[in-house]
Design a protein around this ligand. Structure first.
Ligand code: ARG
Ligand code: GLU
Length: 654
């Protein structure tokens, strides 16, 4: 009896629609989900989210820079994004005299707002299904090469037509579901975007790497910019005569706050997910890729940390490099653990078995074996490819000898020398000699030790250049080329497998994997259980910042004025961050987090590390996005920045 029930439960699970709160939906197709959203508390309509006929919420969201999201918060082009998204620009404006990273920055008037050459924001004008136009003229009998060339030509035509008007229009055609569908995205790109405000790093990066990907979280991760336009409100190069851009739509801010269970949705540009892949890929990520990359990065981080702990100057030089190495390192740890805990590999294997039973006699028969075979053939090469990137190509000396731009101001040779020995050793140990250039084998014999080789490379630029050339050439010609060829073949099979999955689970509404295009994710405010007997509540407050405050630890040393404000009393319950079940990923940084009325309640900036396997499989029990409460932003603007005049141009719902 128990077995029968289990089978029934499994069968039910298997036909049920997308699990609670999973999914990153295309705004233009949100009508497919609007019923579910409304049942969960959403008060607006599909037209309010996305419309080409009238201003809608999409007109208040931008792709900020190359990989973040931002949102308009005034009718004068004022924009919020994360501190970590504005970081490079804040840093570029910083000097010893005005260290805006350390002290924060607040423009007191328009004239003080700082231009950022190269920084752009993109508004989505429209998106539409162009699958038929992309495939126009394609005949099944054509060779794959011919088909590709024809699609490329069709895409070129679509793009040319879409941007004909000029005025900053940009367009791209993106494959969805591995090319089963194509969407045209038309953007208007503004290129005069100025820095308006940023909190000191002790607020904007509070908790540093220690708290990154973690809850309880207290990071004030925001910065403020303003979009400028020509007199006609159209995109223009930077000019003193430009005026603040008037958006079609900007968000109304709600100060009502959130409580557990409240409906929330995130409107932004998630970068990349792989939700429909074969179990062999998940197995590779969980058993090989993540553990090996974590181990290699642990070595590099320990080397950096040793020198950073010894010298304040080195800490400043390497803090940004350390942060970027540590960010993925920590994410992978959560991903590996989450994949195991959720038994994702056996679950996918069972799914593939059911799929194959169903597929007998169809054109999908045997497709999962084909994928398994492709991965079996690709994995050793892919492993070597990843190893190159994480070991020898991570050595700064090699990067510099390869012509990569490196700021010598932020270079500390003892770190790089120790990294050289450690990474060359790891590389040599882990990979079979057939994955190494002949030059490497020769020199290894000649020097006899990595120490001796290091001395030569760091004292003789010819040695460095020759080694770099040999490694770079092997990497490009042998590894990168083969990996690309495999990926091409694999994606071709995925196009069919994806279609097969859609027919197999014909009750389910599928969402396309993230690809940095605009999406809507919806869920609700909720805590989670990271481990037995622990429940994390979903809202953090200023009280927690004071609990963590420690002048002796750099990441927890808050500005004195924050201590003083707290000591005055009355701010203990000031909300700082909150958790929700929205399905997000990298690129969603800076995304507006909205309530049931579509009002701004926060800014997305992270996920909890225990749930980072959501890039491969979403578990509503443990996957949480972390948002900054908009009321903490307002508090910091007022109390720390004394920039109340910014609040005057915002509009508030309550
Ligand atoms: N984990 C967040 C993200 O993936 C924040 C990263 C920046 N902050 C940091 N401490 N490294 O982008
Ligand atoms: N911090 C990430 C970003 O820069 C968001 C966190 C995530 O991966 O969800 O986009």
């Amino acid at each position: 009896m128990k077995r029968v029930l289990t089978i029934l439960a499994a069968a039910f699970l298997f036909i049920s629609p997308v699990k609670a709160d999973e999914g990153m939906w295309l705004p233009a197709l949100i009508s497919q989900r609007i019923g579910d959203m409304q049942a969960k508390g959403f008060k607006l309509s599909a037209e309010d989210i996305y419309s080409v006929n009238q201003a809608s919420l999409k007109d208040a969201v931008v792709l900020f820079g190359r990989g973040c999201t931002g949102e308009l918060v005034s009718d004068q082009g004022l924009l919020f994004t994360n501190h970590h998204c504005g970081y490079d620009y804040i840093q570029k404006h910083s000097s010893v005299e005005h260290d805006y990273l350390k002290d924060g920055f607040w423009a007191l008037n328009r004239a003080q707002e700082l231009p950022n050459p190269g920084l752009t924001v993109k508004f989505l004008e429209r998106m539409e299904d162009v699958t038929a136009a992309v495939n126009k003229g394609i005949k099944p009998k054509m060779t794959e090469e011919k088909q590709q060339a024809l699609r490329k030509k069709n895409i070129g035509k679509l793009i040319d037509a879409a941007v004909k008007e000029g005025n900053g229009l940009k367009a791209s055609v993106e494959p969805l579901f591995y090319g089963n569908q194509y969407f045209l995205f038309v953007f208007r790109e503004y290129r005069d975007v100025r820095l308006v405000g940023a909190p000191p790093s002790s607020i904007g990066k509070f908790g540093g790497e220690t708290d990154n990907w973690m809850w309880p979280r207290h990071t004030g991760d925001f910065s403020i910019f303003r979009i400028y336009a020509g007199a006609d409100n159209m995109p223009a190069d930077y000019s003193e005569t430009n005026v603040p851009y008037t958006p079609k739509k900007s968000f109304t801010i709600s100060r009502k706050g959130v409580k557990e269970g409240d409906f929330t949705f995130v409107y932004g540009c998630p970068g990349s997910t792989q939700e429909y892949v074969h179990s062999e890929l998940v197995k590779y990520i969980q058993d090989v890729s993540d553990p090996e990359k974590i181990a290699l990065r642990t070595i590099r981080l320990n080397i950096m940390k040793k020198y950073m702990d010894q010298s304040q100057a080195v800490r400043i030089q390497y803090s940004s490099k350390y942060a970027s190495v540590a960010n993925a390192w920590k994410k992978w740890q959560g991903e590996e653990k989450g994949l195991r805990k959720n038994k994702v590999v056996p679950t996918k294997q069972a799914y593939e078995k059911r799929f194959e039973e169903w597929a007998v006699g169809t054109r999908y028969e045997g497709i999962t074996d084909r994928l398994a075979n492709l991965y079996a053939a690709r994995n050793p090469i892919y492993r070597a490819y990843e190893y190159y990137r994480e070991t020898v190509l991570a050595i700064e000396k090699i990067q510099m000898s390869d012509g990569e731009e490196h700021s010598l101001k932020d270079y500390y040779q003892p770190i790089d020398e120790e990294t050289f020995v450690a990474m060359m050793t790891a590389f040599d140990k882990a990979l079979d000699d057939s994955y190494k250039p002949a030059y490497f084998l020769e020199k290894r014999a000649q020097y006899g030790s990595m120490e001796a080789w290091k001395d030569a490379v760091f004292s003789d630029s010819k040695e460095a250049e020759d080694l770099t050339a040999a490694l770079a050439e092997f990497y490009a010609a042998k590894l990168f080329a083969q990996v690309s060829a495999f990926n091409w073949s694999i994606n071709k099979v995925y196009k069919d497998y994806m279609q097969g999955q859609m027919e197999f689970e014909n009750e389910r509404t599928f969402y396309p994997d993230a690809n940095l295009t605009l999406r809507v994710a919806y869920g609700h405010v909720e805590g989670y259980r990271p481990a037995d007997a622990i429940y994390y509540t979903p809202v953090s407050t200023l009280r927690g910042i004071i609990e963590k405050d420690n002048p002796d630890i750099f990441d927890y040393n808050i500005p004195q004025v924050l201590r003083d404000i707290y000591a005055e009393g009355g701010h203990e319950d000031q909300p700082v961050c909150f958790l929700a079940t929205n399905h997000t990923t990298g690129g969603n940084s800076g995304s507006p987090v909205l309530n049931a009325e579509g009002q701004l309640i926060g800014i997305n900036f992270d996920r909890v590390w225990e749930g980072t396997m959501s890039d491969l499989v979403f578990d509503p029990e443990i996957c949480r996005n972390i948002s900054l409460d908009v009321r903490y932003i307002l508090f910091i603007i007022k109390e720390i920045g004394h920039a109340d005049y910014l609040l005057d141009e915002m509009s508030f719902a309550d």
